[in-house]
Design a protein around this ligand. Structure first.
Ligand code: S3P
Length: 735
């Protein structure tokens, strides 16, 4: 841009004026000449310091200009181009700001003839309901996109120049094909304007229009703000982007008629379906675009700084069990009737499962303070999702869903965030293929995971090569759709929530020794589910209390399913003081209140049989081992290397950063009790690593800083709040 000595803006309205103003303020040193049909407006531009000079004719404006921006309404472009072609300097680049590109390019071709290569079509995705040069705003394009739709005959250097001009005004520049641009804009900008104009006009024509406008509060105001936009500009846009607008308007009209009919016939399901899907859609799509884990998080990175020391006292309930929350949505969706869920984990992983079923047409209300209502569609009632299913950080969603999707009569594809995209998926693809399903994974057997539709599945007998509840569940879920018996053998007991919940929904599952069996062709009947607090989340506090002198903590309503209580057994073997009370069964799952008091810990050899029963709790158990006297030895735990991060290596690296030396092995680690100095740790976006090192600070000498902690929200959204309530001191810094 520094080489440009003259830039001409033709049409000094909101967009032309704002661009000129932004360029000036951001240091463009050349001359900016303004031309407008209204010379008065051009002069006003000079008075406001937006342009250097106002001229009365087009020829004066373009003379000697290196960049010419035509910022007039789209339908005037044809005549502006025809008029200026006569004076267009051979080396100048010409660009526009029109919201429609197809018609504009056609008009430019007609008018410019051989000089068409000088025209680089552009469109800033920014605007305001205000118009005119007085409304010019230098921040209008900041952090907004500008779409260029370059022509084959453009000189790449000239395209680059237009790009740099917009970047100088603060915009992010992207390129798109003309047709694609017009379709995207028809849907995202043109249609909403049309609806706003129509709504205001319709209401203004009602007999009691004054009343309507008098009492129309926030909703009407927000929704119709854009109806105050420039009518000429918008008339032109609709006439110029006719086909794309008519296509999307047709879809919208169908949607509106569907709602009209639902209201007439009192069809609650259709109304709830549309509203619940729409409510979550905006957030959902923005997460997919960013390939971040699921909802609620900000885009910012999050660092925890944890003050050393602290106490652990109190009486708390940690959020709902993640594994059970996932399964409650899956089975509730496939059941007949309405399933009411309480205690649902409103963490991003479980929300990813919930969104996937919404995408497949299931009406799900909530979550609202842990309550979710699922309107089951029956075993055959899922519909093809409109696009790819996005499951964020959640391995459980992808692996369990694979079993269900493989059996549907439609095709589907699942993708996830950066961490999930590195995790092994062949472990579920292999048995599903043996059942006759068509399943594809990406490079190295990782996501995306694609399931072809319409395959008849056969029951199989599958001996799992690893102790994985996710693989077991995937095969059992597919088994409900398969012909005959499906039998899964596990090398060691793994969590059995799928089996328990299937029985709760009235689907028979039998277990003999290490073999679990379902017979295909059954059905699920809706039920009520009370999700206990997650023992994996409680584990952070069990270790926190065990290592902190004077600690005394009560954890309420924790799930103590025997396939999950490895962490209690291991801590007790290390000498922890843990007592269970108020033991009861809730909806097929045992729960208890757990009291943990400080007790000096000692190192142990962790029995390998306990590994699958404490698989998610090892990161925090490594902290317990660091605070114990003597050496703790873990083996048979290679599965830890394929979790949200390589949890053996990442914990060893983090401990080392805090001054703690460990001995890493392929399938485990040896940790000898020693002092934790403090320092800075990288969590690699793994929620359990981030929380474990927060707990470590209770016994560190210096502060512990933990990077990349946003994903704590995947399993434990209120971790920091609860931790600080019991006596830790975690400060959250968003950077
Ligand atoms: C889970 C099973 C475990 C566990 C994960 C949840 C489940 O994974 O690590 O957090 O809900 O079935 P694997 O089955 O891969 O061990």
């Amino acid at each position: 841009m520094s080489s440009i000595s003259k830039l001409a803006v033709i049409g000094l309205g909101l967009i032309g004026g704002s661009l000129a103003k932004a360029l000036k303020i951001n240091g463009f040193a050349g001359n900016i000449t303004g031309y407008d049909l209204s010379f008065e407006d051009a002069l006003r531009g000079v008075q406001l310091g937006i342009v250097d000079e106002a001229v009365a004719t087009l020829s004066e404006a373009v003379e000697g200009a290196e960049i010419i921006i035509v910022a007039t309404p789209v339908r005037s472009l044809s005549s502006v181009f025809s008029e200026l072609v006569e004076f267009l300097p051979k080396t100048a680049v010409l660009t526009d700001v029109g919201s429609v590109k197809g018609e504009v390019v056609k008009a430019a071709q007609m008018a410019l003839g051989d000089q068409i290569g000088q025209f680089v079509p552009g469109h800033p995705i920014a605007g305001s309901e205000k118009s005119g040069v007085s409304a010019a705003d230098e921040t209008l394009f900041q952090h907004h996109r500008v779409i260029l739709t370059p022509l084959e005959r453009n000189d790449p250097e000239q395209v680059e120049l237009v790009r740099r001009m917009w970047e100088c005004a603060g915009a992010e520049v992207i390129e798109m094909a003309i047709r694609h641009h017009d379709e995207v804009l028809a849907a995202t900008s043109h249609l909403p304007h049309l609806i706003a104009f129509s709504l205001v006009d319709t209401l203004a024509g009602e007999d009691d229009n004054k009343e309507i406008f008098k009492y129309a509060a926030g909703g009407f105001r927000d929704f119709t703000r854009i109806a105050a936009s420039d009518p000429v500009m918008w008339r032109d846009i609709f006439l110029s982007n006719r086909d794309a607008v008519l296509k999307v308007l047709g879809h919208f009209s169908e949607g509106l008629s569907k709602l009209q009919k639902a209201i007439e016939t009192g069809d609650e399901m259709t109304l709830s379906g549309v509203f619940t899907r729409a409510k979550s859609a905006r957030e959902h799509f923005s997460k997919i675009l960013e390939l971040k884990s699921y909802t609620t998080m900000t885009n910012q990175n999050v660092t925890f700084t944890v003050r050393p020391g602290g106490s652990v006292q109190g009486d708390i309930r940690v959020p709902g069990d993640k594994s059970i929350s996932h399964r409650s949505i899956m089975l509730g969706s496939l059941s007949e009737g309405i399933t009411e869920i309480d205690g649902f984990l409103e963490g991003e992983d479980a929300l990813a499962t919930l969104q996937s079923f919404r995408d497949m047409g299931v009406v799900i209300e909530g979550p609202e303070k842990g309550h979710v209502t699922v309107h089951g569609v029956g075993m055959q009632g899922l519909k093809k999702a409109p696009g790819t299913l996005y499951v964020g950080n959640s391995g459980t969603s992808m692996r369990l869903l694979a079993g269900l999707l493989a059996a549907q009569d439609f095709e589907s594809e699942m993708i996830g965030d950066e961490s999930l995209s590195k995790r092994p998926m062949e472990r579920v693809a292999v048995p599903l293929r043996l059942m006759g399903a068509q399943v594809e994974t990406g490079d190295g057997g990782r996501p995306p995971l694609r399931c072809g539709g319409g395959q008849a599945l056969q029951g199989i007998k599958y001996e799992m090569p690893m102790a994985s509840a996710q693989v077991k569940s995937c095969v059992l879920l597919a088994g409900m759709y398969a012909e005959g018996e499906t039998v899964v053998t596990e090398p060691a007991p793994t969590r059995d929530h799928t089996e328990r919940m299937l029985r709760g929904f009235g689907y028979p599952v039998s277990r003999v020794g290490d073999e679990i069996k379902v017979v295909g062709g059954g059905k699920l009947t809706a039920t009520k589910i009370d999700v206990p607090a997650d023992i994996s989340s409680a584990a952070f506090f069990m270790v926190a209390a065990s290592i902190t002198p004077g600690a005394d903590l009560l954890l309420r309503h924790v799930g103590i399913n025997p396939t999950r209580t490895g962490v209690i057994d291991i801590l007790k073997l290390m000498g922890a003081d843990i007592t269970l009370s108020n033991e009861r069964e809730v909806g097929g799952e045992p729960v208890a209140d757990i009291r943990v008091r400080y007790a000096p810990l000692k190192g142990i050899h962790i029995p390998e049989a306990l590994v699958p029963l404490a698989i998610d709790e090892f990161p925090v158990l490594f902290i317990a081992a660091t605070c114990a006297e003597g050496t703790t030895v873990l083996s048979g735990a290679e599965e830890l290397r394929v979790k949200e991060s390589d949890r053996i290596q990442v914990m060893a690296d983090g401990l080392s950063a805090l001054g703690v030396q460990t001995l890493v092995k392929d399938d485990g680690i040896e940790i000898t009790g020693q002092t934790i100095a403090g320092g800075e740790v990288e969590s690699h976006g793994d929620h359990r690593i981030a929380m474990s090192f927060s707990v470590a600070a209770l016994r560190s000498e210096g502060e512990v800083t933990i990077r990349n902690c946003a994903n704590v929200a995947t399993s434990f959204p209120n971790f920091v709040e609860l931790a600080n309530e019991v006596g830790l001191s975690i400060n959250v810094v968003a950077d």
